[in-house]
Design a protein. Structure first.
Length: 524
C-alpha cells in the first residue's frame, strides 16, 4: 500500500472508532488490513477501503449490513482488551469509601422525598473490555448497600470489541483475571468451572452489556438508558484515542451525567483537555471529575448515617501495586475513621511510637502489620519514622513507595523508588513499581524500559515477561508479545506443576502454563 492509502485508512479508522494509529503502529495495521483483504478475497486494498467507507457514508456502493459486519471484524483486530478484577486498588478504595457512599446517600434521600419510589443508582463502565470492571462494581455495590435487592441498580458495560462483550456476557474467567484477588474469597462471588471461575448469577443480573462506540454513538439518549447517570467510569480507554475525539466524548459524558454525577478515568488520561464542564476533585488516590452544576446537591456521608460498609473484595499483596484486606470481619469503616484519619487525607500527626531508636526491627514489624491491615496512613507514618532513624533502610523506602503507588500519588512513589534503588540497585522490587506506574500513566515505552531492567537483573522473572507481552500486544506487535510468552513457558517448564508463583499466589505454574498455551494457540 502507498503511504497515501495508508494515511486514508488511518483517518477512516479514526473517524469511525476514534482510535489513534501511531506511526510505529502502521506496519502492524497493514498486516491486519492485508489479512482482512485476503479473507474477503478482494482484488485490491482500494476495494477494502471503499467497503469500510460505506460504514461512514451510506451513499457509498458497499454500504449496508456487510459493511457494519466488516467493521466489527476489523475492530476485533485493532483492539486488544486487558483487564482484571478490582484493577487499581487506590481508585477502588476511593470508590468504596468516598464516591459510592456519597452517591448512595444522595439517592436514598431522593427516594425518601418521592412517594413509593425505590432508590436507584445508574453506573456506566465505558470501554469495559471483557467485563471485569462492571462486575467488580456490582460486587462492591452489594457490599455497600445492605438492602440492594430493594434498589433499582443499573450497571452498563460497553466496549467497541464485540468479542470482548460476548465474553463479558458469559462471565467466565481464567485465574489470570483474579491476579489481584485473594484466592480464598473467590467462592463467595464466583462458581468454579474446571480451571475457570464464573460470576455468580445474582451479580451477573445486575450488569447489562452491549457493544458501544464512544466516538460515533449518540448520547445522552433521553429515551433510553444512557441518561441521568450517577457515575461513569472510563479507564485506560482514552490512551488509545485521538486528542480531539477525547474532547468530544468528554462533552457527551458531561451531558449524560446527572447534576453532581462523577466521571473517573485512569491517571493522567485527560491531560490538556478542556474540563470546563467538570469540577476536578483531587484525592490522594486519584483525581475524579464531578459535573458542574449550581443546583447539584452535596450530601456528606458521616458515621451518623449508620451504613455498614464491609471491606471490598480483597486485593493480593503479592503485586507491586496491591495491598491486602481482611474480609473475615465486617467493619464499619466510618466508625473506624472517627478514631483515625481516612486514607484519602494526608496526616501530619506523628504515630504513637515508644520504641527505642535502636530497635528498628520491631518498628518495621509494626509498620508491616499496619500495612497488611490496610491501615496505610498509620503504616506510612511509621515507615517514614524508620527512615528518619535509619536513612538507608531499603525496605522502608520500598514500602513507602508501594503505599504512595496504591494511593495514586505517583510522583511520591517514584521519588521513594529512586531512593530505594540508590540503596540497592540490584533489587527488582522498586523497578516493578516504576513499571506499573508507567503503564497506568500510559507511558508504555518507559514501562518497557523498567521491565527490561528487571530481566537484566533477574532473567527468570515470569511477571516481567508477561507484562511485556501485554504491552507488546497492546501495541499490535504480536510477534514480540508471543516471544515473551514462549520464554515464560520455557521458564514454567522448569517449575513443579503445583508451584505457587511469587507474583500471583492464587495461580499455580500449571494453570499459568495452560493460560499461555491457550493464548498462543488463539493467536496463530
Amino acid at each position: 500500500m502507498s503511504e497515501v492509502l495508508i494515511q486514508l485508512f488511518v483517518q477512516l479508522i479514526s473517524n469511525y472508532t476514534g482510535l489513534r494509529i501511531r506511526t510505529q503502529d502502521r506496519e502492524a495495521l497493514c498486516r491486519k488490513l492485508g489479512s482482512r483483504i485476503r479473507s474477503l478475497k478482494l482484488s485490491s486494498p482500494e476495494d477494502y477501503y471503499k467497503l469500510l467507507e460505506g460504514g461512514i457514508d451510506p451513499n457509498r456502493a458497499f454500504s449496508g449490513i456487510a459493511t457494519q459486519g466488516e467493521w466489527r471484524e476489523l475492530i476485533t483486530l485493532l483492539t486488544t482488551g486487558e483487564s482484571y478484577f478490582f484493577r487499581d486498588s487506590g481508585q477502588f478504595w476511593l470508590l468504596e469509601n468516598v464516591l459510592l457512599p456519597e452517591l448512595i446517600a444522595y439517592q436514598r434521600q431522593v427516594s425518601r422525598s418521592t412517594v413509593n419510589s425505590k432508590p436507584s443508582l445508574r453506573i456506566w463502565s465505558a470501554g469495559c473490555s471483557t467485563g471485569e470492571e462492571p462486575y467488580s462494581l456490582a460486587i462492591l455495590l452489594t457490599q455497600l448497600i445492605p438492602d440492594w435487592e430493594n434498589w433499582n441498580l443499573f450497571i452498563l458495560g460497553t466496549d467497541l470489541n464485540h468479542e470482548s462483550i460476548a465474553q463479558a456476557k458469559q462471565g467466565l474467567y481464567s485465574p489470570w483475571s483474579f491476579r489481584m484477588v485473594e484466592p480464598e474469597r473467590l467462592p463467595q462471588y464466583f462458581q468454579q468451572h474446571k480451571n475457570q471461575w464464573k460470576v455468580e448469577e445474582k451479580y451477573r443480573r445486575l450488569v447489562t452489556f452491549r457493544v458501544g462506540n464512544l466516538a460515533r454513538d449518540r448520547f445522552p439518549d433521553l429515551t433510553g438508558d444512557l441518561a441521568h447517570l450517577d457515575f461513569i467510569i472510563c479507564r485506560n480507554v482514552f490512551v488509545y484515542f485521538e486528542y480531539q475525539v477525547i474532547g468530544e466524548i468528554l462533552e457527551k459524558f458531561a451531558k449524560t451525567l446527572r447534576p453532581g454525577g462523577y466521571l473517573m478515568t485512569a491517571h493522567a488520561e485527560l491531560h490538556g483537555q478542556n474540563l470546563e464542564q467538570f469540577n476536578p476533585k483531587v484525592f490522594a488516590q486519584s483525581v475524579v471529575y464531578q459535573r458542574r452544576d449550581n443546583s447539584s446537591i452535596k450530601i456528606p456521608v458521616s458515621p451518623s448515617q449508620g451504613y455498614n460498609l464491609p471491606s471490598s473484595l480483597p486485593l493480593s499483596s503479592s503485586s507491586g501495586l496491591a495491598t491486602s484486606k481482611n474480609l473475615d470481619q465486617v467493619k464499619n469503616k466510618f466508625t473506624r475513621h472517627k478514631h483515625q484519619p481516612p486514607l484519602y487525607r494526608s496526616s501530619t500527626s506523628s504515630p504513637d511510637i515508644t520504641l527505642k531508636n535502636s530497635d528498628i526491627s520491631l518498628l518495621l514489624q509494626k509498620a508491616e502489620t499496619l500495612f497488611n491491615a490496610d491501615r496505610l496512613d498509620e503504616s506510612l507514618q511509621t515507615f517514614q519514622h524508620i527512615v528518619r532513624l535509619q536513612p538507608r533502610h531499603f525496605q522502608a523506602y520500598y514500602l513507602i513507595a508501594k503505599i504512595y503507588a496504591n494511593l495514586g500519588n505517583y510522583h511520591q512513589a517514584e521519588r521513594y523508588c529512586q531512593q530505594a534503588i540508590s540503596i540497592d540497585a540490584l533489587s527488582v522490587q522498586p523497578y516493578y513499581i516504576m513499571a506499573h506506574i508507567a503503564e497506568e500513566k500510559g507511558e508504555f515505552e518507559r514501562a518497557k524500559y523498567w521491565l527490561k531492567r528487571i530481566l537484566y537483573l533477574a532473567p527468570l522473572s515470569l511477571s516481567a515477561y508477561l507484562e511485556l507481552a501485554a504491552i507488546y500486544e497492546r501495541e499490535s506487535d504480536l510477534k514480540r508479545a508471543n516471544k515473551m510468552r514462549r520464554t515464560a513457558l520455557d521458564i514454567l517448564d522448569t517449575l513443579p506443576k503445583d508451584y505457587s508463583l511469587e507474583y500471583a499466589e492464587k495461580i499455580t505454574s500449571s494453570e499459568l502454563k495452560e493460560y499461555l498455551i491457550t493464548t498462543l494457540k488463539n493467536q496463530e
